[in-house]
Design a binder for this molecule. Structure first.
Ligand code: FE2
Length: 157
C-alpha cells in the first residue's frame, strides 16, 4: 500500500509535504490492517459492523494517541473503507490505493490497469474505484453507510 502511494506521489511530482501525508496515511493504514479483532475493537469501541469498517477508525484513533495531528492524514485513515466527501487528495488517494493495491487477489488485471492510470487521471480512476466498490457492495446486499452514499454523489454525480 505504501509502495503504491509512493510511486503515485513520485510520478505526480507531488510537493514533499503532500507526498509525506500520503505515505503516513498508508503506514497508519497498514499498521493495524492485520490486527486481531479484539485490538480493533479496543481502538474503535463505538463502531458497529464488520471488522473492515472498524479498522479505519481504529487506525485513526491509535495514530492520534501516538501524536499524529494532521487532519488530512487522520481523516484519510478514519474513512478509507467508507469514503468521505470532505476529503482532499490524501484521503482520496488512500481510498484508491486500498482497493488497487497488488496484494488483493480479485480482479488483478483490471485493478493493475487502474493503478497504472492513476497518475495520468486521478479523477477518472477515483470515479471508477468508487463505482466498483459500491456496485460490488450493493450486489452483495450490503447496506451502504451514509458517508459512502454522500461520497458517491460527490464524486460520480
Ligand atoms: Fe483498509
Amino acid at each position: 500500500m505504501v509502495a503504491l502511494l509512493r510511486s503515485w506521489a513520485v510520478t505526480l511530482k507531488l510537493a514533499e509535504d503532500e507526498a509525506r501525508r500520503w505515505s503516513r496515511a498508508g503506514w497508519l493504514h497498514d499498521a493495524l490492517r492485520d490486527a486481531p479483532e479484539a485490538e480493533m475493537r479496543r481502538w474503535a469501541p463505538h463502531v458497529d459492523g464488520p471488522v473492515e469498517l472498524r479498522h479505519g477508525p481504529a487506525a485513526a484513533a491509535r495514530a492520534e494517541l501516538e501524536g499524529e495531528r494532521n487532519a488530512d492524514v487522520l481523516s484519510a485513515a478514519r474513512w478509507h473503507s467508507v469514503g468521505w466527501e470532505g476529503w482532499g487528495w490524501t484521503g482520496r488517494a488512500l481510498y484508491c490505493a486500498d482497493f488497487l493495491e497488488p496484494g488483493r487477489s480479485f480482479d488483478r488485471p483490471a485493478r493493475a490497469a487502474l493503478a497504472t492510470a492513476f497518475p495520468d487521471d486521478p479523477d477518472g480512476v477515483l470515479r471508477d474505484v468508487v463505482a466498483c466498490r459500491l456496485t460490488y457492495a450493493e450486489a452483495q446486499g450490503w447496506s451502504l453507510p451514509p458517508e459512502s452514499v454522500a461520497f458517491r454523489r460527490a464524486i460520480c454525480g
